[in-house]
Design a protein around this ligand. Structure first.
Ligand code: BGC
Length: 364
C-alpha cells in the first residue's frame, strides 16, 4: 500500500475512533487542551464522514450539536432580553465554541465566544440533507437550526474571537463566510424563515469591508491575510473561486504563507512558533484544483502525505519552518507536544484528496 493510500485508511479509522457513543467528536484525544467536541472541527469532520459514506456517523454528530443548541434555549432567550434592555453582556452569555463530549459547557477560561462553528454546523446539516433520503428536516433539527439562526442574527456583527481563538475585539470575514454558508445551505429546508435578506446582508457586509487594496482582510481594518480566508470560496461560496477579490486574497496567501509545500495560518502567528498547518495545505490544494492548477494541488497533498507519522497520524502543524522558532519550546513547555492526531487534519485530507481524485477521473 502506498503512503497516500495508507493515510486514507488511517484517516478514516482515526475519525471513527474519536467519535463518542453520544455523537460528539473529540478534536484530539491525546492533547489535554483539545479533549472537547468543537462545532467547527466537528462539522468539517462530519462533512468528511458524509464524503466517505459514513452518513449515520455524520448524523450522530449533527444530532449531538442539535442537543447542545436546544439545551441552550434559555441562554439564547436570556441574551435576547439582555440585549433588548441594553444590559452589559459577558462572555458566558454567549454560546460556546466547544463542549464536553456529554454536551456540557466548557468551564475553563477558553475564549469561547466564537460564532463560526454554528454556521459551519448548519452548512454540514444542509450537506447531510442533500446526501440523505430525507425530504424534510427532522423536527428536532429544525428546532435547533431555527434557534441557532435566532442566535446568529443577534451576534453576527459583534466582535468575537476568530477560528484560532484570537483577536476577540475584531470582526472576521472568514467567520462571516461560515455563517453565510450555513444560512445559504440550510435555507431551502427552512423556507418559512425567509432568510434571503439576512444572507445578503452578511455577504454585503463582507464585500463592503475589503482591505483598501481590494482583498479580504484577516479582520476588518487589517492589512494581514489569513489562510482561513480561503473558506470564503471553499466551501462556503460567499465568493466565487475566480472572483478577482478572492483571487487577490489567494495570491497573497500563496505569496506570504506558502513555503516548501506547507501553508501557515498567518504571518504573525506564534502558536508553537507559527508553523505549517495540515488543514491549510489541504485548503490551498482544494483552491488550486478548483482553479485549474491540478499539479500544484497534487504537490500540496503530497506534502501532507509526507507529514504522517509512523502510525499514520497527522499533527495539527509541523515546526520545520516557523515564524518564531523560540516559541515552539515555549508552547511545548506549556501544553506538551503538538496535538497529534488532530482529527480535523485527517478530515481535511480525506475531503480534499477525494475532490482531487474525483476531478481527475472526470477529466479523463
Ligand atoms: C485551533 C482551533 C481548533 C482547535 C481544535 C485550536 O488550536 O485554533 O481552530 O478548533 O485547535 O482543533
Amino acid at each position: 500500500m502506498d503512503r497516500r493510500q495508507k493515510l486514507r485508511q488511517r484517516s478514516e479509522e482515526i475519525i471513527l475512533e474519536n467519535q463518542t457513543a453520544g455523537g460528539a467528536i473529540l478534536a484530539c484525544p491525546s492533547f489535554s487542551q483539545y479533549n472537547y467536541s468543537w462545532f467547527r472541527d466537528g462539522a468539517f469532520i462530519a462533512f468528511a464522514m458524509i464524503r466517505i459514506g459514513k452518513l449515520d456517523e455524520a448524523e450522530r454528530f449533527l444530532s449531538w450539536g442539535n442537543r447542545v443548541v436546544i439545551s441552550s434555549r434559555g441562554k439564547i432567550e436570556a441574551l435576547e432580553q439582555k440585549l433588548d434592555r441594553g444590559g452589559e453582556v459577558q462572555i458566558r452569555d454567549f454560546l460556546g465554541a466547544r463542549y464536553t463530549a456529554e454536551g456540557e459547557e466548557d468551564q475553563t477560561d477558553w475564549p469561547n465566544f466564537q460564532i463560526d462553528g454554528y454556521g459551519t454546523w448548519l452548512w454540514c446539516m444542509a450537506e447531510y440533507m442533500m446526501e440523505s433520503d430525507l425530504a424534510e428536516l427532522p423536527s428536532e433539527w429544525r428546532e435547533g437550526a431555527e434557534l441557532s439562526i435566532k442566535y446568529l442574527k443577534m451576534v453576527w456583527m459583534m466582535p468575537n474571537s476568530d477560528c484560532w481563538e484570537e483577536f476577540p475585539e475584531e470582526v472576521h470575514p472568514a467567520t462571516l463566510a461560515c455563517i453565510y454558508g450555513g444560512l445559504k445551505g440550510i435555507s431551502p429546508w427552512l423556507t418559512g424563515m425567509k432568510l434571503e435578506t439576512f444572507i445578503q446582508d452578511v455577504r454585503n457586509f463582507v464585500y463592503g469591508n475589503l482591505n483598501e487594496e481590494g482583498y479580504f482582510p484577516k479582520y476588518i481594518g487589517s492589512d494581514l491575510v489569513d489562510s482561513s480566508l480561503l473558506w470564503i470560496a471553499l466551501p462556503f461560496g460567499l465568493a466565487d473561486v475566480n472572483d478577482p477579490v478572492m483571487m487577490k486574497t489567494a495570491a497573497l496567501i500563496e505569496e506570504q504563507l506558502l513555503e516548501e509545500g506547507g501553508v501557515k495560518r498567518y504571518s504573525e502567528d506564534s502558536y508553537y512558533g507559527g508553523g505549517q498547518w495540515i488543514i491549510h495545505s489541504c485548503w490551498l490544494a482544494w483552491y488550486y484544483f478548483e482553479t485549474g492548477r491540478e499539479n500544484e494541488a497534487d504537490s500540496l497533498l503530497e506534502w501532507v502525505v509526507r507529514q504522517q507519522k509512523e502510525d499514520g497520524s497527522l499533527p495539527e502543524q509541523t515546526t520545520d519552518i516557523t515564524n518564531e522558532p523560540p516559541m515552539v519550546r515555549v508552547w511545548e513547555q506549556r501544553w506538551g507536544t503538538i496535538a497529534t492526531p488532530l482529527v480535523w487534519s485527517h478530515a481535511m485530507f480525506l475531503i480534499v484528496d477525494q475532490v482531487c481524485s474525483k476531478s481527475r477521473k472526470a477529466c479523463h
